[in-house]
Design a protein around this ligand. Structure first.
Ligand code: XMP
Length: 511
């Protein structure tokens, strides 16, 4: 079945992914493509509608990203958002003007609710404006359908040609009922049906993977994280025992995690799983190492070495399965931000494994869609909603040298913290929480005895993007319970502290 498609032309706006998500939330499949996609490619993709995103440029700029006029002659509805609206105006002969002052914030927009774009809206609505240039005169054939006190044309339409422009950003939460504007565009203007749902994605993917792979062999590196787990189960539903998963247990996972992964994939899904227990090998390599970047490097390299050895035992495979998801694909084209920590994921494997082709079954999905797919496939909730866990695992949560004893202390303390957060029913509202074994020892007293033991730090953050976050205001009585359980139940810990730093300036992990 061919899905209905909305193409989102990327003009560099910061909310582009949000636009794609909002469209998909309306059960219409969307794809973000570069603004200079060719007309032939657009025709080939045959979208039901096109959205131009916002962007930081001005249409007057020398290098401003532009599209050709032909796009408006295809007979496909177009919605231009912010810069997208200005560009549409500029190309179709209207007048864009430069304002002296930027209009920013949720602003009352007066709209004409007889337009199909604004069906169901009041006459005045709070939408997020964020622009300097504005549309002074709409192009011929267009009419004004919205304004603010400082922006004469905050929305415009050419109903006949199905071309629409809005100066505000409907995709962000600051715009009240913003998604409804997108929904109106999809259903009133593009005539979408809205039949893209995860269950059909799962069904179609399994069918497609079956056809593509047939009875050939595939190999998957399973980390126990959400993406690789969902990719593995999807593949196993398609090709059964022709899929082999290698799960590398480097001993740096959280308490019981290795066994849980084995249990789910071997028992529940009957997947061909090779669990490689190589804790000693990793601890040997890490012995005496205190520098966090060096720890990351050693673990990353050793991971590849072990995987390579195991893959060699299997021999050449036809397909290597990767859990790449949509944000990885669309972010990778943009400029690099400065490297604060070297991330270790399984992305480097292709250079070391003998395979013919890569298969990435989740390449088109956002994280929340990957989770929905996981639930649809019957993967347990605790795995599907697992909090992020760094590839180098607990190694970076032990400050200083890593030893087996320190690992055990951290695993037990972390387990207690997680258990109490779940008991307090906070596990869904706090996005990431864990214990850290600081390298600090201090004097304490237990019974009548002097102790000289470690300090455990607790970290808990609330965030949506993990790029910024605030420390979580966990109620004192819960912190007290966690602290008292840790010092009582975990040997060699006599002090617990709570990290009250947000990100920035701190990072989420301690390392
Ligand atoms: P920081 O500490 O930089 O972490 O604020 C941001 C988020 O990234 C996670 N993290 C990693 N995830 N591989 C990953 O897949 C890694 O090497 C890695 N290092 C940090 C961290 O847990 C947090 O969610």
């Amino acid at each position: 079945m061919k899905n209905e498609l909305i193409l989102i032309l990327d003009f560099g706006g910061q909310y582009n992914q949000l636009i794609a998500r909002r469209v998909r939330e309306c059960n219409v499949y969307s794809e973000i493509v570069p603004y200079n996609i060719s007309i032939n490619k657009i025709k080939e993709k045959n979208p039901k509608g096109i959205i131009f995103t916002g962007g930081p440029a001005s249409v007057f700029g020398k290098d401003a990203p532009k599209c050709t006029q032909e796009i408006f002659d295809l007979g496909i509805p177009v919605l231009g958002i912010c810069y997208g609206m200005q560009l549409m105006t500029y190309i179709l002969g209207g007048k864009v003007a430069k304002a002296n002052k930027r209009e920013y914030g949720t602003t009352d927009v007066k709209i004409d609710n007889s337009s199909p774009l604004f069906e169901g809206f009041n006459n005045v609505n709070g939408f997020l404006m964020s622009h300097t240039d504005y549309v002074d005169t709409v192009p011929e054939g267009f009419k004004n359908i919205g304004s603010t006190s400082s922006c004469p044309n905050a929305a415009m339409e050419n109903a006949e040609r199905k071309l629409y422009g809005i100066q505000f950003h409907p995709e962000v939460n600051h715009s009240i009922n913003g998604t409804k504007v997108i929904e109106n565009f999809l259903f009133n203007i593009c005539n979408c049906k809205g039949d893209w749902v995860i269950s059909s994605f799962v069904e179609d993917s399994i069918k497609m993977l079956k056809e593509k792979i047939g009875d050939k062999k595939a190999l998957c590196a399973l980390s126990g994280g959400v993406d690789s787990s969902v990719a593995a189960v999807l593949l196993s539903k398609a090709i059964g025992k022709n899929l082999t998963c290698i799960f590398l247990d480097h001993g740096l996972l959280r308490k019981n995690e290795g066994d849980e992964v084995e249990e789910i994939f071997k028992k529940q899904f009957d997947i061909n799983l090779i669990r490689v227990n190589c804790k000693d090998r990793f601890l040997n390599k890490l012995s005496g190492i205190t520098d966090p970047e060096q720890k990351r490097k050693i673990i990353g390299e050793e991971f590849i070495r072990v995987f390579e050895e195991e893959a060699k035992k299997i021999g050449t495979v036809d397909f290597l399965v990767q859990g790449t998801i949509y944000p990885d694909v669309i972010e990778s084209g943009l400029g690099k931000s400065s490297v604060i920590k070297s991330h270790h994921n399984v992305g480097g494997l292709p250079d070391y494994v003998d395979f013919k082709e890569i298969v990435e079954p989740l390449r088109d999905l956002f994280k929340d869609e990957v989770r929905k797919t996981g639930l649809e496939l019957g993967i347990p909730e605790n795995l599907v909603f697992r909090q992020p866990f760094p590839g180098p695992g607990l190694a970076i949560r032990i400050i200083g040298e890593i030893t087996d004893d320190k690992l055990n202390i951290l695993k037990n303390a972390d387990y207690i913290f997680r258990e109490e957060i779940a008991n307090a029913n906070l596990h869904k509202s706090i996005n990431q929480y864990f214990a850290v074994l600081t390298n600090l020892k201090s004097v304490g007293v237990m019974g009548d005895e002097r102790t000289y033991d470690y300090t455990i730090a607790l970290r808990a953050v609330e965030t949506t993007d993990f790029m910024t976050g605030t420390w979580s205001k966990i109620p004192y009585d819960i912190l007290e319970k966690v602290s008292s359980r840790i010092v009582n139940e975990v040997n060699h810990v006599n002090r617990v502290v709570y990290d009250i730093t947000s990100k920035p300036p701190a990072t989420i992990e301690w390392e």
